[in-house]
Design a protein around this ligand. Structure first.
Ligand code: GLU
Length: 377
C-alpha cells in the first residue's frame, strides 16, 4: 500500500461518451460498474483518483429516445440536465458496491479561468480527496453556452490535471490509442503508436480533424491538444481503450499499452500554464522569421516591428497565439494592446509606436514575462 499522497499518486481519468454508451443508445451501466471496480482498486492501492466523465448528453439522448446527438444548444442542454442525473446515479450505485462515495462537480470555463474561483475549486477537490470521496467531474453543460463552453472533456480533463498537479492523465476511449495511419496498413488494422515524446506536426496529422464517433465530440485532435497541455506541465498522459478492463493500472505500471505521451522534463510555472492553457484564446498575431528566432532562441519580447498580421478581435491582457509565417504556433502570450491597435503598428519600429500611442505606450506587443513558448520539435 502506498502511504504518501503527494502528486505522484494523483491521477485524473477521463472517460468518453462512446465508451459509456451502449451501441443501441443509452448508458452502459455494466461499463460504469467495471470502471468503478477498477478505480476502487486503484484507490485501495493509495492512488487519489479524479474522474472526468462525459456521457451526460448521451444518457439524456437515451432518456428521450434520440439516436443522434442533438444539434441545437437548447436540446443539448436539456439532454445534459436529464442525463447528468442518470450518469451520477449510475456512478453512485457502482462505487457504493465498492464502499466508496462519489461527489458531483460540474465546472464551466469561467470557473477555471478566474483565479479566485479556481483556487476555491482546487481546495474543495482536495478536501473531497482527503475525505476519501471520488470527485466525478463534468462540464456544466446546462449553463455553458457555445461561446463560453470548454466544449470537450479531453480539454476539461487536461485542465483539471494541470490545476490539481496530477501525475498522470489517462484518457479512456473507443480506440486502442493513437493509430499510425501512415503505416500502410488497411483502415482498422493500423498499429498503435506506443510512445510520443513530443507532439510534432507529423503526429498532429495522424489525428485528423473530425470527431471520433456518432455520440462523442472530441476525437483524436482534442486528445492531442490535451496531451500537449499536460506534457508541458510535467504530466504524462495515456490514451487507452475503455472497452477493456484493467488497462488503467497496466498503463500506470508502465506496460506498453495504448499511447503514452511523455511529460516534458521542464514543466511550466503555474502562471505560465495559466497563460498558455488556462484561458480562452482570443486571436493571433503572425510574425516574421527574425522575430520568431528572437523569441525562440534569444528569449526576447515580441515587438511590433516583427508582427506581419493580426487575426481576431482581442483586448489588452487577452491571450493570443503567436504564429510563424507558415501558420505554426510557436508561443502564446498576454497581449499589451487591443487588436485594432496592433493592426495600426504592424511592422512599425518602437519609435513609431511611441509617436502613435504616446511615450508611456508599452514597448512590446507581448512582453517576455507574459509569453510562453509552445514546445514542439
Ligand atoms: N459534457 C458532455 C457530456 O457529458 C461531453 C463532452 C465530451 O464528450 O467531451 O455529455
Amino acid at each position: 500500500m502506498k502511504s504518501s499522497h503527494n502528486h505522484q499518486d494523483r491521477i485524473v481519468v477521463k472517460v468518453g461518451t462512446s465508451t459509456l454508451s451502449r451501441p443501441e443508445g443509452g448508458l452502459d451501466r455494466a461499463r460504469v460498474q467495471s470502471l468503478a471496480d477498477e478505480l476502487a482498486g486503484l484507490r485501495r492501492e493509495g492512488y487519489q483518483i479524479l474522474l472526468v466523465t462525459s456521457g451526460a448528453i448521451g444518457a439524456g439522448m437515451g432518456h428521450f429516445g434520440w439516436t443522434v446527438r442533438p444539434k441545437t444548444l437548447r436540446e443539448k442542454q436539456a439532454a445534459a440536465a436529464v442525463g447528468q442525473v442518470v450518469l451520477m446515479e449510475s456512478y453512485r450505485d457502482s462505487f457504493q458496491k465498492q464502499g466508496l462515495s462519489v461527489a458531483q462537480v460540474l465546472l464551466t470555463r469561467q470557473d477555471l479561468e478566474d483565479r479566485k474561483r479556481y483556487l476555491n475549486i482546487r481546495a474543495s477537490l482536495f478536501t473531497l480527496l482527503k475525505l476519501g470521496v471520488v470527485p466525478v467531474i463534468n462540464e456544466n453543460d446546462t449553463v455553458s453556452t457555445d461561446e463560453i463552453q470548454i466544449g470537450d472533456n479531453d480539454t476539461l480533463a487536461a485542465l483539471v490535471a494541470c490545476k490539481m498537479d496530477a501525475r498522470s492523465l489517462v484518457i479512456l476511449t473507443d480506440v486502442e490509442g493513437l493509430l499510425d495511419k501512415g503505416s500502410g496498413a488497411s483502415a482498422g488494422s493500423e498499429p498503435v503508436i506506443h510512445d510520443v515524446v513530443s507532439i510534432t506536426s507529423d503526429i498532429e496529422r495522424l489525428a485528423g480533424k473530425r470527431s471520433g464517433s456518432r455520440v462523442g465530440v472530441g476525437g483524436m485532435a482534442t486528445k492531442l491538444r490535451a496531451a500537449q497541455m499536460v506534457a508541458a506541465s510535467g504530466i504524462e498522459m495515456w490514451i487507452v481503450s475503455g472497452r477493456k478492463n484493467g488497462l488503467i493500472r497496466e498503463a500506470l505500471s508502465g506496460r506498453r499499452i495504448g499511447t503514452h505521451f511523455h511529460a516534458q522534463k521542464e514543466s511550466l510555472s503555474p502562471r505560465r500554464r495559466w497563460i498558455a492553457f488556462g484561458r480562452r484564446i482570443q486571436g493571433s498575431v503572425t510574425i516574421d522569421d527574425g522575430a520568431a528566432s528572437a523569441l525562440l532562441k534569444k528569449g526576447r519580447s515580441l515587438l511590433s516591428a516583427g508582427v506581419t498580421g493580426v487575426q481576431g478581435d482581442f483586448h489588452r491582457g487577452d491571450t493570443v497565439r503567436v504564429l510563424t509565417a507558415d501558420s505554426k504556433e510557436i508561443a502564446r502570450g498576454l497581449v499589451s494592446y487591443e487588436a485594432v491597435q496592433v493592426r495600426q503598428i504592424v511592422g512599425r519600429k518602437s519609435a513609431d509606436v511611441r509617436r502613435i500611442f504616446g511615450t508611456d505606450a508599452a514597448e512590446e506587443v507581448i512582453h517576455r514575462d507574459n509569453l510562453v513558448l509552445i514546445p514542439r520539435s
